[in-house]
Design a protein around this ligand. Sequence first.
Ligand SMILES: Nc1ncnc2c1ncn2[C@@H]1O[C@H](COP(=O)(O)OP(=O)(O)OP(=O)(O)O)[C@@H](O)[C@H]1O
Ligand SMILES: [Mg+2]
Length: 255
Amino acid sequence: MNDKREMAVNQSTVPVLVLKGVRRHYIQGKAVIDVLRGIDLTVSQGEMVALVGPSGAGKSTLLHVTGLLEAPDEGEVFLSGAPSSDMDDDTRTKMRREYLGFVYQNHNLQPEFNALENVMIPQMIAGKKKKEAAEYAAFLLEKMKLADRMKHRPAQLSGGEAQRVAIARALANKPHMLLADEPTGNLDPMTSESVFGVLVDVVRETGLSALIATHNPELADRMDRKIALRDGRLEELDTLGMSGRIAFKQRFIEV
Ligand SMILES: Nc1ncnc2c1ncn2[C@@H]1O[C@H](COP(=O)(O)OP(=O)(O)OP(=O)(O)O)[C@@H](O)[C@H]1O
Ligand SMILES: [Mg+2]
């Protein structure tokens, strides 16, 4: 199977994701928790964005709203220019299944299915034939360096391996954007580093965009941009990720 071309997403100048004036609150008893208080964000094709901020700042909430799992109270989420509030339930489900790929802190794999089947399932739900789904699942698992673990069920995998299967599963329907909520948060530092390395490689290779919540400052620094949630608003931080490094070099040369 042709790998890079097979995995590449369509080139487009329309931003993969735009959030405009997004607000989200929760009501807990008599208290109102204003978690997102007017979020504007644009993520371009191929951009890898780290989402940081203290615990409780609203990172997961922002990812849920972006992933169309929760609707904003105000504002709009645009995916490739399409406003999500105009989408009916079927379209929203299709977007979640095919436009977006999700990776969670816990792998959330189906325990009764093996690694290969876990990566086949979303493809078959999206209408792919079993044989093609199996071929592409095997291709993705090889990319994740799991060629010899395809028949293992989640309980027979290490934490890092299970998380790599979860990444393969998130890529199964060739999404345009990957949303990850502390994808290496439950792993030890060395495993976290290697899983994150694989994640970055595959995102770069496929030209995917990614929004990744992380508490790990070193991992955040390896992305193109770093944004922080504070008091319900987003703040752009300096990063020495790819674009940051270019900016740094330019500053250095100019001086
Ligand atoms: N369903 C809910 N009902 C009420 N409050 C909620 C709900 N979900 C989240 N919250 C509150 O909203 C705030 C933001 O939560 P969120 O999970 O988005 O934070 P986070 O930045 O992801 O934190 P962490 O780094 O610990 O994962 C928290 O104060 C949380 O208690
Ligand atoms: Mg969270």
